[in-house]
Design a protein around this ligand. Structure first.
Ligand SMILES: N[C@@H](CCC(=O)N[C@@H](CS)C(=O)NCC(=O)O)C(=O)O
Length: 220
């Protein structure tokens, strides 16, 4: 049994989908950002970085999306391809790092530029530059998908959950997602997956809780 600490719309959607895909038993613990729950001592004891996601596992808390993905994939089949050589293992790490360390920081600059700069002009410039920076990375995603159904071809993986979350965050944030039809089609395929529907329903229940408590919306 796991406990996933998460917030609706946040990158905790990646392990949430993974847990649903694996059909692993888990509890979902809503982190109320606007209440500062992620900076409280009880949460910092689990994740000193004060961010979601955090997966409390039978072995202890696991933080950072890359680590959570690798951990879950080592315990449940079907979440990442089998890596039978050091090179194959490194390639999977590179893919996860592309999402966590390249795409996610650009998403943050696009969604919350006001946390990166002060003054309307500087904030607008951070946002514009994030959109500029996303284009070549979206081309990488587009080229990787090519004619494939999923990131790794015929096999669905957590990488698909990760680029799905990125596409969700950049849609409606000023990024012209229509310029990347293969990524859009991938998002539609993800929307149709039963595990993804279950994950989104759980997020929507968390969102309703936040709204009822006057603690929505949250930042990305
Ligand atoms: N490197 C971390 C990033 C986690 C992260 O930035 N989470 C955001 C939500 S998408 C968060 O918790 N933000 C709240 C804050 O920074 O105060 C990971 O990949 O897990």
């Amino acid at each position: 049994m796991y406990t996933l600490y998460a917030a609706p719309g946040a990158c905790s959607r990646v392990p949430l989908i993974a847990l649903e895909e694996a059909q692993a038993p888990f509890d979902l613990h809503l982190i109320r950002f606007l209440k500062g729950a992620h900076k409280q001592p009880d949460y910092l004891a689990l994740n000193p970085k004060g961010k979601v996601p955090c997966l409390v596992s039978p072995d202890g808390p696991v933080t950072e999306n890359i680590a959570i993905a690798l951990y879950l994939a080592s315990r449940h089949s079907g979440l990442l391809p089998e890596a039978d050589t050091p090179y194959a293992e490194a390639m999977i790490a590179a893919d996860l790092a592309f999402c966590a360390a390249t795409l996610h920081p650009i998403v943050s600059r696009m969604r919350v530029p006001m946390f990166m700069a002060e003054g309307a002009e500087a904030i607008a410039s951070v946002k514009a530059k994030s959109i500029e920076a996303m284009h070549p990375m979206a081309s990488v995603v587009e080229a990787k998908l090519g004619e494939n159904e999923w990131w790794y071809g015929a096999q669905w993986s957590i990488m698909d959950a990760y680029i799905y979350w990125v596409s969700f965050r950049i849609t409606g944030a000023g990024f012209p997602a229509d310029a990347y039809p293969l990524w859009l089609a991938h998002t539609e395929r993800m929307d149709a997956r039963p595990a993804v529907r279950r994950a989104l329903n759980k997020e929507s229940m968390m969102q309703q809780t936040l709204e009822a408590e006057g603690l929505a919306p949250r930042m990305g």
